[in-house]
Every structure is written in structure tokens, then in C-alpha cells.
Write a new protein. Structure first.
Ligand code: FAD
Length: 405
């Protein structure tokens, strides 16, 4: 086996440099013969790619039973369903300092991550589908909450290093109209965040799959029933989304979300230019532009393992979206789909070596933010495998906070 080379992954190198202050920490760079990644959706693919391209293991194998999407990508995971927003600021909430810090750290890694993926991106639209976000409040109570959350985000000392006050600002109604002329004039308050936006999660899955293939990653098309019996590996990375709970007894619960995919028809109003987020009638709503259309999301229910799309969910999404973007009625309703967000009790993912099983590395429990947290998760898993320090912001997400027994 060749020696692991963390510098082959600029994203991992950047994340680790932040922690190590550019110094050689002297940490042992330990590789592995065979690493098995359980789950081949967005998190599993990103981890497998990072491990393979840094030569951290001689062999990287993904166990993923679902190859039902184009190019063999899985469609049953949340990674296929998601809105693809990169949203630490729009989701910022006082008391969630660690969630916010992790999100901001990952947001900073996205430009390098996308650059490294560029050679593997299929021909067609780019992975990044929007580069900014507007957050709207449509009544006075929402406006107060939005002002409070954004002042908290702006005052938070993790907002450094390339993402700063200039990227997040309150905008006037006139500025909002000029930036997003197709929206109804319903906003009482609005903020613009220039570094957020969204990626097209389905193109991301395709690009990661191609990148893994290019680095020699292989797939076993089987579901893993038990960590003890089924997996022949030196190290195991658990990236099975809401399926991780059953495999490792983790406190992850499925939170169902429904989204609609709309396709533009000739003559219909242009979709918003960036991501639009709002609360409408007390419900969260987002509109995410995509090549040729937009994604409308998302409902949220604690119904266990239920992936059926309901009439009430679709009705609410369409009614709320039409209040913000009246031109929606002319679009084709191309797809209605539901997925399961793998949520943890504290809204942080579970990242790092299991406290009771040193062979096992967790990369799971990403809840609402798994797309956004993909680069920092891959960097953290890579660091754990190499015995290097994990990125500072990932320390709060370590697996021993839910130590079993
Ligand atoms: C409606 C909705 C909207 C969302 N919007 C956003 C958003 O805008 N931005 C954002 O950052 N995040 C968003 N998310 C969250 C994001 O999709 C998830 O956090 C992310 O997909 C988690 O990735 P994952 O790879 O861990 O799990 P998943 O994408 O759920 O994939 C898990 C994979 O593991 C496989 N698997 C499961 N069990 C086993 C087993 N035993 N053996 C082998 N394989 C197994 C499954 O087949 C599946 O392919 C959204 C989620 C939903 C549902």
C-alpha cells in the first residue's frame, strides 16, 4: 500500500490545516487495507471518494443495495430527495452554536470541493444551482424572529474567514424586488446571504459516483444486516442515513419531508434567481431554482419510516409557494417525492470513531443538513482514518456524546 496523502484532497487538507495551524502535528498517518463504507448516498460517496483519492486505504468498497437512479445512484436515500440548500445562516438559531459552526465550516469548504469534483461532473448544468439566498418574513411575528436569528448569526464569532457581515445583510423591499422580480410583494422583512444558495443534489450524486469510479472504489449491491457478521474490513464507515440507527443503536430518528419538483413550461414566469426561504402560515417553505425549473419544499413529520406523499402535504406546499411566487401555477408538476431526514436529538450529525468499537467510524445523523455538511464530513472521516486531528468545528459532533450503556 502506498502512504496516505492527505494533501491529495485539498478540502481535507484545508479542514485539517485550520485545526493544526499549518503545522505538522506529528500525528501518525495510519492507513487501512480495506475500508468498507455502508451506504452509498451523498455522505457515503463523498467519504469513499475522499478516502480513495488520498490513498488512505488500499481498497475502498461501498455497500449500497439501491442502484435505481441514473448511472446507478441510489434514489431511496434523502440525498436524492433533498432541496440541496447550503444553509447554515438561513437555519441559524440561538442555542444551536455547534450546528451553526459546523455548517459555516462546511460552507467554506464547498468551493474547493466543487473544484475537485469538476472533472467528474457529467455534461450539462453545473452542480451549483444557486449562489445566494433570500430569507423572507411575511408577517410581523416572523419578521421579529428573523431579525433575532440573523442578529445572532451576525454576532456569532464563528463568522470569520471568507464568510462575513458583508455576505449576510438585511435588504429593503426595493432591493428584494430588484433582485427577485417574480416574487409577490408580501415580505415584511428580508435578508440576503451571498455565500449560501444551493447545489443540485442529483447532479452531485452523479458526480460523486463518477469520481469514486475514477479512484477505483467498488460497490457491493447488498444491504448490510449486521455490523458484526457482514463486514470484512479493517475500518467501517457508517453512512447509512436513517438506516444507521438499526445497525449501530444510534439515537437517529427518521423525519419525513415532502418536496415537489416543478418544470418550467414555455411562457411561464422565470423561477427565482436564488434560493427563497420563508415561513408561511407558520410553515417553513423554500423555493430552490434548478436547471429548467424549481424545487419546492418541504414538509416535516415525525411519522417513522413513511415515504408516501400525502394530499395535504402537496396542497400546503403549493398554496404556500403560490403566496410567495404567484407564477407557479403555470409550471408542470413534474415530481412529488418524500424522504427521511436522519435526525439526532441535538441536530448535530454523529461524526468520528465509535467510543466502543475503534474499527467503526460514524458519518451519519445529518438531519436537515446532510448535503451542506458533505465536505466537512468527508474531511472528518479522512482525518480519523489517518489519525490526524479532525476539523475544529467537527469536535462537537463526535460519537461519544451518545455513548451507549
Ligand atoms: C425533503 C428533504 C429535504 C432536504 N433538503 C436538504 C437541503 O436543502 N440541504 C441539505 O443540506 N440537506 C437536506 N436534506 C437532508 C439530506 O438529504 C440528508 O441529511 C442527507 O441525504 C443524508 O445523507 P446520507 O448519505 O447520510 O443518507 P441518505 O441520503 O438518506 O442515504 C442513506 C443510504 O444508505 C443506504 N442504506 C441504508 N441502510 C443500509 C444498510 N443496512 N446497508 C447498506 N446501505 C444502507 C440507503 O440505501 C441509502 O442510499 C433534506 C432531506 C429531505 C428528506
Amino acid at each position: 500500500m502506498t502512504a496516505p496523502d492527505p494533501t491529495a484532497d485539498p478540502v481535507a487538507a484545508e479542514a485539517i490545516r485550520e485545526t493544526a495551524g499549518d503545522a505538522d502535528t506529528g500525528a501518525a498517518r495510519v492507513g487501512a487495507r480495506r475500508v468498507v463504507v455502508i451506504g452509498g448516498s451523498v455522505i457515503g460517496l463523498a467519504c469513499a471518494w475522499s478516502i480513495a483519492r488520498t490513498r488512505t486505504a488500499a481498497e475502498v468498497v461501498i455497500y449500497e443495495p439501491d442502484d435505481s437512479g441514473p448511472g446507478g445512484v441510489p434514489t431511496s436515500g434523502a440525498g436524492w430527495v433533498a432541496g440541496g440548500m447550503l444553509a447554515p445562516f438561513s437555519e441559524a438559531w440561538p442555542g444551536e452554536e455547534s450546528v451553526f459552526a459546523l455548517g459555516v465550516a462546511s460552507l467554506r469548504l464547498w468551493p474547493d470541493f466543487l473544484e475537485a469534483l469538476a472533472p467528474h461532473t457529467p455534461p450539462g448544468p453545473p452542480i451549483r444551482s444557486a449562489t445566494h439566498t433570500h430569507m423572507l418574513a411575511v408577517d410581523d411575528a416572523d419578521a421579529r424572529d428573523l431579525d433575532m436569528a440573523m442578529s445572532w448569526a451576525l454576532g456569532n464569532d464563528v463568522v470569520v474567514g471568507g464568510i462575513n457581515d458583508a455576505d449576510l445583510r438585511r435588504v429593503t423591499r426595493r432591493e428584494l424586488r430588484e433582485a427577485e422580480p417574480s416574487l409577490a410583494r408580501v415580505a415584511r422583512a428580508a435578508y440576503r446571504m451571498d455565500s449560501e444558495g444551493a447545489v443540485d443534489n442529483r447532479i452531485l450524486l452523479a458526480a460523486l459516483t463518477r469520481a469514486c469510479r475514477a479512484e477505483g472504489v467498488t460497490w457491493v449491491r447488498e444491504e448490510v444486516a449486521s455490523l458484526d457478521d457482514d463486514v470484512d474490513a479493517d475500518r467501517v464507515v457508517l453512512a447509512a442515513g436513517s438506516g444507521s440507527a438499526a445497525l449501530a443503536g444510534l439515537p437517529i430518528r427518521p423525519v419525513k419531508g415532502e418536496v415537489l419538483r416543478l418544470r418550467a413550461r414555455p411562457g411561464c414566469e422565470d423561477p427565482p434567481r436564488g434560493v427563497i426561504r420563508a415561513f408561511v402560515r407558520g410553515r417553513p417553505l423554500y423555493l430552490v431554482p434548478r436547471d429548467g425549473g424549481l424545487v419546492v419544499g418541504a414538509t416535516q413529520y415525525e411519522h417513522g419510516d413513511d415515504r408516501q406523499v400525502t394530499v395535504a402535504g402537496v396542497r400546503d406546499l403549493l398554496a404556500d409557494a403560490e403566496m410567495i411566487f404567484p407564477g407557479i401555477g403555470e409550471y408542470e408538476l413534474a415530481e412529488m417525492i418524500a424522504g427521511l431526514r436522519p435526525m439526532t436529538p441535538d441536530n448535530l450529525p454523529i461524526l468520528g470513531v465509535d467510543p466502543d468499537d475503534p474499527r467503526l467510524i460514524h458519518a451519519t445523523g445529518h438531519g436537515r443538513n446532510g448535503i451542506a455538511l458533505t465536505p466537512i464530513t468527508a474531511a472528518t472521516v479522512g482525518a480519523e482514518l489517518q489519525g490526524a486531528p479532525v476539523p475544529e468545528a467537527a469536535r462537537a459532533a463526535r460519537a461519544d456524546r451518545f455513548r451507549r450503556g
